[in-house]
Write a protein that binds this ligand. Sequence first.
Ligand SMILES: Nc1ncnc2c1ncn2[C@@H]1O[C@H](COP(=O)(O)OP(=O)(O)OP(=O)(O)O)[C@@H](O)[C@H]1O
Ligand SMILES: [Mg+2]
Length: 416
Amino acid sequence: MVTEHYVAGLDVGTTKIRTVIASPEEGKLRILGVGLVPAAGLARGIVVDREQATAAIKESVHRAERMAGLQISGAYVGISGAHIACRNVTGRIHLPGGEVTPADVEKVIQSARDNIRTTPEQEIIHALVRDFAVDGEPEIKRPVGMRGSRLDVEVHIVIGVGSIIGNLQDCVRETGVQVLKDVLEPLATASAVIKEAERDLGVMLVDIGGGTTDVAVFHEGSICHTASLPVAGHHVTRDLAQILRCSPEHAETVKRRFGAALTDLVTTEELVPVVEVGTETPRMVPRRLLAEIIQPRMEEIFSMVRENLQSAGVYEAVRGGVVMSGGGSQLAGCERLASVVLDDLPVRVGAPHGLAGLSDSVQTPIFATAVGLALLAAQEGAWAAPGQPGRWESVVEMATAWWHRTVSPWFRKRSR
Ligand SMILES: Nc1ncnc2c1ncn2[C@@H]1O[C@H](COP(=O)(O)OP(=O)(O)OP(=O)(O)O)[C@@H](O)[C@H]1O
Ligand SMILES: [Mg+2]
């Protein structure tokens, strides 16, 4: 097969590192290669051991490359962790020419960015336009060319700690892959599993990973809140290991095979085998006990999500429902429990769909972030030709790539 272009998404998760390489096919992504390896050197979404993390990223990338039969030179990389903060800010400029120009649009976004106060260690990762207003008239989607004397913008700013992001970038670069763009993970995930109509109505994405539960809220078509909470699937496994006195590895197996997020789903009679530390013969324990351990922790996660949205003042904006992703969402009864804690909102588990090629392996909630990263790269025109590792090194190509990645998608997005 001759592949002219490809995009790559790299999801460096706390439990797994996933690489997805894809090419365009009639407006869809054709999945060419997938790399899934256990994570190492990561905790709570951040790098804690550079050497280990680099080796694991390299292995994931190599597996995807071998499957795709091509070498990647760059990828969109997901970032997450409790160091991430978000704010909605406004910017305003006067229009001396009486008409909005592309330069005015850049200037007004910059004025919003200037209104954000960051600490010396923080940097702005995303400045996502929510809305423009010309002479006080809101909900303007494409301001360029409109007449007026004042341009306002509302922007969702995502901030992170520069050194934490830099550590991940260094690990990726050491594998020979350029970080074409850092993307907040829930934004990437949302692009793979949330529908346009849901964004318009108001929807919350909850990605329950190993170390973090990532949240993104969309309202009236645009992002209005993002958060990363430091409680997720690992905590459930740890609770099981402590109470059942077994190893974390065994607790993980037991959770996946017999676990449930709701006690109601499990009868009191059923018994399941659990091997305690220091023994070899399994002890039979009521399956219901597993659910009794898991349910409170899952309730805690959903309560934290609700409180986070309430304190940000966006909980009322998500009447359209909840879309869950990540490995933690695969527990039996997870959707029902989420709906109970989140005041009966409709809940569904989202997985990437509408893909071609080797799509079977990635149409699952645990690949939503990696596929979403590849999708965003495709939407933003960050295609690269295979076997050309120096592609981004010429100044002209870098400038063209920057235009395609940064400015052109923005115009495309606003013109939709
Ligand atoms: N079938 C399953 N049933 C229950 N839990 C599961 C299942 N599959 C995976 N998990 C849990 O999902 C979690 C991992 O999810 P995921 O792979 O989305 O995390 P990650 O992306 O590596 O981590 P993070 O997003 O936190 O950085 C683990 O805690 C694991 O136990
Ligand atoms: Mg994840």
